[in-house]
Design a binder for this molecule. Structure first.
Ligand SMILES: NC(=O)C1=CN([C@@H]2O[C@H](COP(=O)(O)OP(=O)(O)OC[C@H]3O[C@@H](n4cnc5c(N)ncnc54)[C@H](OP(=O)(O)O)[C@@H]3O)[C@@H](O)[C@H]2O)[C@@H](O)CC1
Ligand SMILES: [K+]
Length: 517
């Protein structure tokens, strides 16, 4: 099975799939400990690593379901390790499952401390070494009601003011584990510094708002055997799976070996977008780069004279990889160029205004469908909303579903941009990107991504591989620059270029040369 090539950390399962795995594992009764006891032990072990200590108590919030059961087991294990714990019960315990009842009884029998919610809210000065969030896991169905929402806000405030780590059990409470969104726009979500995800990794921890709420994610499979896991179709887009894609270059190669890129865009007032995409294609290793701008081409790019400018009517597209959209506008000429590109380009990246043109023209969709190989489309949520005739909020509410629809409807590999960009092919195979940060939320970074995707498509010849590598290297370049203090505030799209070049070279050569280029 393909998924076995990926680690447990890299495989993403839906809540529905996790419920199935859990049910099968529960029915099989493997080992002496229940899954909940294992979950509690794994939580306690992580808690000890990230801040639980013997000098200040650990605050443990236990909710109305099995997530609460995990919390009691974790507290019990922590007490055995010498930590003082204080539980706050949130919700009716009459409805607890048998395992959760047993966990609560074990904690009570061990004489552990329980506090009332009001006591906690009225004692903001109490010092805690760690807060464990066991309010809701994958069973969250609606927005936390007022009392629990107030508790979540209280905990978030406390952890920021006093720098207390917050460990979320399975999922930060209030977050949808599939979509990475809160149940409604203003509903409360625990802001965790760490999340321990049980049985499998979950998409919602890595896309949309998930990255902001989950903090550092670790996985515990609860020792469930590999056979219990079904084939999975969603993965994290990580560096390790990109290594084999870009091969070291042969000595006997020439500029024709690495593809001709044609950037089409740059209407009046937006010339910079096309130039950025062209420069990005240069830095990402394309052999020859041409640029045609609707505003009229300059004689040359003085910073990168290697880019060749051609008049719009003079450019030939067959045999080339076209990047169309950066600064293209939506004029009739833009439309005509897009039709021509879809009909004749060997390979294609469609970005920005080219996507807006497709959104309102069903004939262009038909042309896209008739292409033999999927192109790459790179919408941000608003462009995706136009393409799918939805609102941007609809897109964000279920980014995975939106990416799958985009890929299927447009016969494309879609890169749905945003926090945790999603890369999906027309068959529904999906990757969530692991790199990138708010430094990329500035003008021009999308043009750079389109240019890099074009150059990698020309070199790799496969839209999914190119899209995955482009998204990863684009985000990783921003991460590295931010680590050196060059962002997130004020990082410009142009500064990404040399960093992208560095990391593409590392991907091609690092594994072969033990880190040396
Ligand atoms: N089974 C096992 O052995 C294992 C389970 N595991 C653990 O169990 C977790 C899943 O447990 P779960 O299914 O009980 O769901 P959970 O997330 O605890 O919440 C459900 C409760 O919350 C309630 N509720 C929901 N929304 C609400 C709201 N907004 N405001 C108020 N109440 C709300 C809901 O009420 P209801 O809607 O049914 O009325 C129900 O009572 C999983 O994430 C993992 O941590 C792992 O240890 C592996 C072994
Ligand atoms: K939780």
């Amino acid at each position: 099975m393909l998924h076995q090539a990926f680690t447990h950390e890299a495989r993403l399962y839906s809540v529905e799939q996790i419920r199935e795995i859990e049910n099968r594992a529960l029915a099989a009764h493997q080992g002496d400990m229940s899954l909940m006891q294992k979950a509690g032990l794994a939580t306690a072990e992580l808690a000890m690593k990230i801040g639980a200590d013997k000098h200040a108590p650990v605050l443990i919030l236990a909710g109305p379901g099995n997530n609460g059961g995990d919390a009691y087991e974790a507290g019990y294990q922590l007490s055995k390790l010498g930590c003082k714990v204080v539980f706050v019960i949130c919700g009716k315990i009459e409805n607890y499952s048998r395992d959760a009842q047993a966990a609560l009884q074990r904690a009570r029998a061990a004489g552990l401390e329980f506090a009332e919610l009001d006591e906690l809210l009225n004692a903001p000065q109490q010092r805690w070494s760690l807060i464990i969030d066991g309010l809701f896991g994958i069973g969250l169905k609606r927005s936390p009601e007022a009392g629990i929402a107030r508790l979540i806000e209280f905990v978030n405030q406390l952890s920021i003011e006093k720098s207390i780590p917050v460990l979320a059990i399975d999922v930060p409470s209030g977050l949808n584990a599939d979509t990475g969104q809160a149940t409604s726009q203003d509903s409360a979500v625990i802001q965790a510094s760490h999340t321990i995800s049980f049985i499998a990794n979950k998409s919602g921890l890595h896309t949309g708002s998930g990255k902001d709420y989950a903090g550092q994610v670790s996985i515990s499979t609860l020792d469930i055997a590999e056979d219990f896991f079904p084939e999975c179709h969603s993965y994290l887009n990580q560096r390790t799976s990109l290594f084999p894609l870009l091969k070291p270059r042969k000595q006997n190669s020439h500029k024709g070996s690495f593809g001709d890129i044609v950037v089409l865009g740059g209407a009046k007032g937006m010339a910079g977008a096309a130039i950025l995409a062209a420069r990005a294609a240069q830095f990402a290793g394309a052999g020859r780069i041409y640029c045609s701008m609707l505003a009229g081409a300059p004689a040359y790019d003085s910073l990168h004279p290697e880019i060749m400018f051609r008049k719009v009517g003079e450019i030939s597209l067959p045999g080339t990889t076209v990047v169309i959209g950066p600064g293209l506008g939506t004029s009739n000429l833009a439309h005509a160029l897009l039709s021509k590109a879809i009909l004749t380009a060997q390979a294609l990246v469609i970005d920005a205004d080219a996507l807006n043109l497709i959104a309102v023209d069903s004939k262009l969709r038909v042309l896209l469908h008739n292409r033999n190989t999927p192109c790459i489309i790179t919408p941000h949520p608003l462009e995706a909303a136009r393409l799918l005739n939805q609102s941007a909020a609809d897109i964000q509410n279920n980014r995975l579903l939106a990416a799958r629809e985009l890929a299927r409807q447009f016969n494309a590999v879609a890169i749905l941009k945003g926090s945790g960009s999603i890369i999906c092919d027309p068959d529904g195979k999906l990757f969530i990107n692991t790199t990138g940060n708010p430094a990329l939320a500035s003008g021009g970074t999308g043009d750079v991504l389109a240019g890099v995707a074009g150059a990698l498509l020309a070199q790799l010849g496969n839209s999914m591989d190119a899209a995955r590598m482009a998204a990863w290297v684009h985000g990783h370049a921003a991460d590295e620059l931010v680590m050196r203090g060059l962002g997130p505030i004020g990082l410009s799209a142009s500064e990404l270029l040399p960093e992208i070049r560095l990391h593409i070279n590392k991907l091609a050569y690092h594994s072969k040369t033990d880190g040396r280029l």
